[in-house]
Design a protein around this ligand. Structure first.
Ligand SMILES: [Zn+2]
Length: 202
């Protein structure tokens, strides 16, 4: 089946097969063949070397957990002296990742809306620890811009059930209404230590 249904994050892909198995939605997809520049010598090529199917966890589609089977194309440089083999460019999954970019963004949005780690984890078919790591990543990219906390912060405890601790502490900016950081537990010393490092303006 080839379909043109609009699927967020997958616009460029051709769906070659879709089915439901064990309650989860499976999509087989690939990109159109197109000329690429060799990363070594920059010669243009569209000569295909081979394909490899990569299994990727994606966000829910039509209410079902979704797995993508991406038939990833590898090109080979046509320059006789080079012969470099390289994967096609794609916007769906980063190198060495098993989850799609869209999946990570969707998880980030839910976290920012204040769902707890356990709920988000079960919705996304992963562990609370993975969700927490994701949250850390999002908040550290926000924090890296400021490094210092704003003058007014909100400190809340959060029943995240992550990393062997039942509660975590969430540091948020109540004015901008965004989470800034998450601490691994709700112990006084952890919060104190954190404020000592980042809280000169608080
Ligand atoms: Zn080359």
């Amino acid at each position: 089946m080839n379909s043109n249904i609009f699927l967020p994050g997958l616009e460029a892909f051709v769906v070659t097969k879709s089915c439901v198995e064990d309650g989860s939605y499976q999509l087989h997809l690939e990109l159109e063949r197109e000329p690429h520049s060799c990363p070594c010598c920059e010669q243009r090529t569209e000569k295909v070397h081979d394909y490899r199917v990569q299994k990727i966890q994606h966000q829910h589609i039509f209410g079902r957990p979704t797995t993508l089977f991406y038939r990833k194309r590898r090109y080979v440089c046509e320059n006789e002296a080079c012969r470099k083999r390289f994967y096609e460019d794609n916007s769906m999954v980063e190198r060495y990742q098993r989850q799609s970019v869209e999946y990570k963004q969707a998880m980030g949005i839910e976290l920012i809306h204040g769902k707890n780690f356990k709920d988000v984890a079960s919705r996304f078919g992963t562990s609370p620890t993975t969700v927490m790591r994701r949250f850390d990543h999002i908040s550290s990219s926000m924090l890296s811009e400021t490094k210092q906390l704003p003058e007014i912060i909100a400190i809340d405890e959060y029943k995240g059930d992550a990393g062997g601790e039942k509660y975590q502490t969430i540091i948020a900016d109540p004015i901008e209404r965004k989470p800034l950081d998450i601490l691994k537990d709700r112990k006084k010393e952890t919060v104190k230590e954190y404020l000592r490092k980042h809280g000169d303006n608080v």
